[in-house]
Ligand binder design. Structure first.
Ligand code: PMM
Length: 294
């Protein structure tokens, strides 16, 4: 007997097989930067970055998120020309190799160059706040757009982590981003929303947002979660409160977040260790929907 299996809500405009995936998608992280908190400096060389992007896809990433500017707390901005020089050869080679690529950028110019080189999703951690031309650019490019919750650049985000009701405020501020994107011509059906874990948020804020993902999902757009190896997981797992679990030892916790996020119907998880999260989202799909593929 055949069973109808439908995956979580996802943005329109994705290429196959992503468009008809019957489970949560796994987005592999590829930072072509000297200073990202987890993989900074490892893939600044284009050939190493390309090899890692292909390895992420081979490990089961449904798409690979290429970024050329670190957003770690305190990071300094990178001019768009430098960011483009970092990501363009990598995006081009990955697309040539058949990898589905998203471009992680706050610069409209970088988004446009990457999409022209074959990237199929724009992932903007600022939701359009960092570059006033981003939404019009995405509208013209006509590609899916992820808007993350963001209050300010890395240098200032710790001071902006104040909320009376973090869930209501994050959802409200993201809804404003959606309205602004729509007004600029972005098709909201092609949007995804991300609570922006760790961006102007402390550990309690992150856990509250994860606990109430349903409130974000109720906006009616697909949800992406980026918890991978982040500091709140290191703090949770610390044996000594003064010593967070090292970044390289946070993948099992990341996998647990991926499984739980998938069981709550998120469209995608953004992770460094693809294999573990791929297993996790498959388990969640089988558990919640009886999916046997994947
Ligand atoms: N986190 C980082 C970078 N880009 N994009 C989205 N959509 N969501 C995130 O949570 C997110 C992101 C920072 O982490 P990294 O240094 O590992 O890339």
């Amino acid at each position: 007997m055949s069973r109808v299996v439908s995956g979580p809500p996802r943005p329109t405009g994705l290429p196959e097989p992503l468009a008809s995936l019957d489970r949560t998608a796994v987005m592999g992280v590829l930072n072509v930067t000297p200073d990202s908190f987890s993989d900074g400096g490892r893939y600044l060389d284009a050939q190493q970055a390309i090899a890692h992007g292909i390895a992420l896809a081979e490990a089961g990433a449904d798409l690979v998120d290429v970024g050329g500017e670190s957003t770690r707390p305190g990071a300094t901005r990178v001019p768009p020309e430098q960011e483009i020089a970092r990501v363009l050869p990598v995006v081009t080679a990955l697309v040539d190799a058949g990898v589905v690529v998203s471009i992680d950028t706050m610069h409209a110019e970088c988004a446009a160059v990457a999409v022209r080189a074959g990237a199929t999703v724009v992932n903007d951690v600022s939701g359009g706040l960092a570059d006033p031309t981003m939404h019009a650019t995405v509208a013209a490019l006509g590609v899916p757009y992820v808007a993350m919750h963001w209050r300010g650049h890395s240098a200032e985000m710790a001071e902006l982590a104040h909320y009376d009701d973090v869930v209501a405020e994050v959802v409200g501020e993201l809804s404003d981003r959606v309205a602004q994107a729509r007004a600029a011509g972005v098709d909201s059906g092609g949007m995804g929303l991300d609570p922006g874990l760790g961006f102007a948020k402390d550990a309690d804020h992150n856990w509250a947002l994860l606990r109430h993902l349903d409130v974000l999902a109720a906006v009616g757009l697909p949800v992406l979660v980026g918890a991978s190896r982040k500091r709140f997981l290191g703090s949770l797992l610390a044996d000594d409160p003064a010593q967070p679990r090292p970044v390289a030892e946070r993948d099992a916790a990341t996998d647990a977040v991926s499984a739980l996020a998938a069981s709550h119907g998120v469209w995608a998880v953004r992770v460094h260790d693809v294999r573990g999260s791929r297993d996790a989202v498959r388990v969640a799909a089988a558990w919640t929907r009886g999916s046997e593929r994947g």
